[in-house]
Ligand binder design. Sequence first.
Ligand code: ADP
Ligand code: MG
Length: 280
Amino acid sequence: MAGVNGSPMTESTEDRGARDGGDGDVHPDDAGSGVVIDRIGKTYDSDGSQVRALDGVSFTVDQGEFVCLVGPSGCGKTTLFRIIAGLTEPTDGEVRLGGTPVTAPTTDMGVVFQEYHLFPWLTVEENVGFGLERSDRSAADREQRIDEMLDLVGLSEFRGSYPKSLSGGMKQRVAIARSLAVDPELLLMDEPFGAVDAQTREMLQRELLEVWQSTGKTVCFVTHDVAEAVTLADRIVVMAAEPGRVAEVVDVDVDRPRKRGDPAFGEHVARVRELIGARP
Ligand code: ADP
Ligand code: MG
């Protein structure tokens, strides 16, 4: 666990140095906020036995792209999410964000967990502003940023409320606003809508797409809900289990805004389901 502070990643490593890692050896594909997941492996040691959670996982998320990661329970989605976020160290390989190896949590990423990780003793606006506290923005600038984020997720009226008085969907909007407040290059989400009802979930999906389209962020989104992935993603990384690995990367060639009744939508859902169900 990230501890009580969860997201946003305030353990800033902004002073880690030049974004090219200082060695000038940047592959062109690594430029900007693109993410390169390069031959990631992870073995957990628990009580003397070893679990190979991930093996040889490689794919990229281009700058401004929306990539979903889907796969059966236990295929290593959360492990990979934590490795990309710099919260878990991989056994093999490395993750690069904009060409720089990720070795610790950074404010370059906004992280949204399935559980809301809000601070119950802070109001909505204080939660949204939390990551800004340690930034070098002026008080007026922070205020303005909080206003913009509350407006973006439609919670301006609830700025003075405490999390306990909010619905699940509203709490997750606060978490999204908080993760975006520090203006991260990459938004990283692990089953963020898993705890809300189906109707709220579809609303949050639409809102997230609006945020993505208006901010141009790079998004990497973990879900086990295939229809959710087809609704959101430019590309879907389909994972298989034991060991966790990439089974296939599917281009979602369906016009936006996407409709569940559209035949192309249904074909993509069927294709991804087949890949998940298929045994090697
Ligand atoms: P998913 O999110 O796809 O359900 P996880 O990344 O949570 O998958 O888990 C992948 C595998 O790694 C599972 O077999 C799980 O039991 C194991 N695992 C996850 N976290 C740990 C840990 N901290 N210690 C030991 N094994 C773990
Ligand atoms: Mg998980």
